[in-house]
Ligand binder design. Structure first.
Ligand code: HEM
Length: 404
């Protein structure tokens, strides 16, 4: 079935590839810095590729899990989301309050409509399996709503009347630890049996993981909101423990089965390393250890998180689900290859080393973005091939029955 979200996802993956190339060239001072591109680089990936992708896939995954027919494309939601994104792409570089508010509001409405659509999908048959991922998705989207409100108001002073102490961190935490973490966890839980051919190590742990992540994310949002570690530290511990528990759930059943460790599985499991990196250095920032580049970390760590974790998770999962939709008769297969795996990790290492090596920072960061750019190429090509074969099938002439 044609899925318009996936075409737009593909378009933004293309833009993300160009964005990483531009970042590399600006670090090497080959091209000048263009206003607004920093925002776009991160949001091509987070909003353009992954949020768009989530809108396309969540109704399909939930419908399959609760055993109801695959829903028709809701064009009203698609239009609202994409108009909102386009208006933001115009409004943010211009720092136009009216456009940013209009874009943010449209994306906000699209998220509410999607939550409503998912919420209404209930099984008519008593024996049908409940969707384990569904509550992860709906809660994740609720965190996205919060992230949108704060993101939309970031340059408009909304945080003053919301009494937010460190608004950018609240925005990042709501979106990463709330939205992305929960949606990714739900997708892993729902899709693991199909791509790994076995069940998670401890299926009964799912409910606990859900609560630990949900409450953990709340602590991580409240922490920078009121600027207090009383919320942030327990939130971090809860969230991180749940994440580690989830990753062990995924990795343990594959132990000892070498053929199961494809590049795609490595992408998924090792992407979580880049969540740990900022967490490991966080205590040193909090304690303000002398000589430790706290400001550099705060400025650059989000990029490493987005490319190392969010994007890399997408490398494996997006092609899997593209195949499921565009070429449903083929075997489910995660995306990525050994080159994309190695390049994305070395890129993240260069970014982190660059934070500490002040003198050669520009060069090291230039290399990091060049490696990320290179790592995206095989994925973009893989997606292109899937989309092309899916579209070719759609375009095949339908043989009409003879009139006489
Ligand atoms: C309507 C939706 C959104 C709006 C209006 C928005 C707005 C913004 C703004 C204004 C900034 C500050 C940029 C800067 O200081 O240079 C920002 C930063 C950021 N946002 Fe968003 N955002 C949205 C959605 C998201 C989502 C869904 C995610 C992740 C899942 C996300 C992740 C980030 C990150 C990681 C940064 C920090 C980027 C950096 O340090 O370079 N945002 N956002």
């Amino acid at each position: 079935m044609f899925n318009p979200y996936f075409l737009v996802t593909f378009l933004y993956v293309g833009l993300a590839v160009l964005g990483a190339l531009d970042a590399s060239l600006t670090h090497f001072q080959i091209v000048p810095v263009i206003a607004g591109l920093r925002w776009m680089r991160v949001h091509f990936i987070t909003l353009g590729a992954l949020t768009e992708f989530a809108f396309g896939i969540l109704p399909i995954v939930v419908a399959a899990r609760v055993n109801v027919p695959r829903p028709q494309t809701r064009w009203d939601i698609w239009l609202t989301l994409n108009l909102g994104l386009l208006i933001l792409l115009l409004g943010i570089p211009m720092v136009s309050g009216v456009l940013i508010t209009a874009g943010g509001t449209l994306v906000f409405i699209a998220v509410i409509l999607l939550m409503q659509q998912l919420g209404q999908m209930r099984s008519a048959q008593a024996e049908a399996q409940p969707s384990s991922g569904k509550k992860f998705y709906i809660t994740g989207l609720a965190y996205l709503l919060l992230g949108i409100i704060i993101g939309t108001g970031l340059w408009q002073g909304w945080s003053t009347w919301l009494q937010i102490k460190v608004p950018i961190e609240v925005h990042i935490h709501a979106n990463n630890w709330g939205f992305m973490s929960l949606v990714f966890a739900g997708l892993l839980i729902d899709l693991y049996p199909s791509f790994a051919g076995r069940s998670l190590q401890w299926p009964k742990s799912i409910n606990r993981i859900y609560w630990m992540m949900t409450i953990g994310a709340l602590g991580l949002v409240l922490g920078p909101w009121v600027q207090s570690n009383v919320f942030a530290v327990p939130g971090l511990i809860l969230h991180l423990s749940a994440t580690i528990w989830l990753v062990i759930n995924v990795a343990k059943p594959l132990m000892g089965d070498r053929s199961a460790w494809t590049a795609g599985i490595w992408h998924i499991v090792t992407s979580y390393v880049w969540i740990l990196a900022p967490v490991l250095v966080a205590p040193l920032i909090i304690l303000k250890v002398p000589g430790f580049p706290g400001a550099g970390i705060e400025q650059n760590a989000p990029q490493a998180l987005i490319y190392g974790w969010v994007l890399q998770f997408g490398y494996a999962i997006i092609p899997l689900l593209f195949r499921r939709v565009f070429t449903p008769d083929q075997q489910p297969k995660l995306g990525g290859n050994w080159f994309s795996l190695i390049a994305v990790h070395i890129g993240a290492m260069f970014l982190w080393v660059g934070i500490f090596a002040n003198d050669s920072q520009a060069t090291l960061h230039g290399i990091a973005y060049a490696l990320w750019f290179a790592s995206m190429l095989p994925i973009a090509y893989e997606l292109w091939q899937i989309v092309r074969s899916g579209m070719n099938r759609l375009e095949q002439p339908v043989s009409l029955p003879a009139t006489e």
